[in-house]
Design a protein around this ligand. Sequence first.
Ligand SMILES: Cc1ncc(COP(=O)(O)O)c(C=O)c1O
Length: 402
Amino acid sequence: MSEPIPVARRLSVVKPSATVAVAQRARELKAQGIDVLSFSVGEPDFDTPVHIREAAKQAIDSGATRYTAARGTVELREAICDASAKRRPGASYEPSDVVVSVGAKHTLFNLALALYDEGDEVLIPAPYWVSYPEQVRLAGAEPVIVQTSEEQGFRMTPEMLRAAITPKTKALILCSPSNPTGGAYSGEQLRALADVAAEHDFWIIVDEIYGQLVYGGFEQKSIVEVAPELKDRIIIVDGVSKTFAMTGWRIGWMLSPAYVAKACEKIQSQSTTNPSSIAQSAAIAALRGPWEPLEEMRQAFEARRSIIVEGLNAIEGISCGTPEGAFYAFANVQGLIGKQGGGKQLETDLDVAGYLLEEARCAVVPGTAFGAPGFVRISYAASNDMIREGLKRIGEAVGKLS
Ligand SMILES: Cc1ncc(COP(=O)(O)O)c(C=O)c1O
């Protein structure tokens, strides 16, 4: 028998998602009837608001069931530009600057193919969202990871940025508020980064998918507002998944210079064609309002943030800063490393996550998955009761360590 035909070489540089291993083990335990609490998910636990669901039903009944323009309907792209103008005053975009894709992840993938050539370097501050480096690698370019520190709220400083830039730098990917840390850049911090970027020539890609999920009066700013002179080098990535509890609908988009939008449209026209016509109609309803359901969800996340941060800091060996946004707590578990639990020594955050799964029956994601060993990401897209129960279990499990 001949050898199996190999898959393409480009896959050899791509890692499978490290978060999948945790999810898989959690599923196995659940299948055995063990009640596992999952704090590993990256999606709101709320249902999509009613008026959005109704808009989708109406779209089906009124025949909006055919192919649309590859980059999305004009109506949706207009709604995106209008919503953006409210959120990012001073930076106006036209429908020709917008490409709607099958989720923001797809938007980022189109961008990787459209912008990066072999040998290009793409700066990614760590902790990072897992897909950024892998998409860069798939496009044949080189992710350059910029380590940030907990003391600086996991934010990249202008000095860190300056030190990482080389003649090969093609892009910087910023995420604010961040997955996995929840940290966000203030207007002044973005301005300081823009000052460094302005001395060079590379793309600034900003993932603002959590931009409307900020708490405690934090003033969310986009780099395009604070550095409008760089607008022709800034690409904003956004979508409905997180803000409107619409992860399954698969609608994301970018706002960019028109020629970049054209390039991404070309790629998309040869891959997925358009995102779902029905989901596009639903996204219009999301962006046009009413806004009350969004505010209700935001307030619920804000309340949960307090419960989880307070609860984690009350556990000896765990500490956690207060994130400005998103729905993740990024907890320092270095105080647990070196301890004995479950018959073995916990040597890494992967061991800590494994121990919490087996002993506390709580699924959390090890920081190593995000380029930040020594931490775990705990999603608080879960009910208050579940968060309280999880904290209790984690506290008890940590109490058993010796
Ligand atoms: C930082 C960040 N960007 C983009 C995405 C992708 O969102 P979607 O493809 O659902 O629009 C996610 C989802 O987890 C995310 O956390």
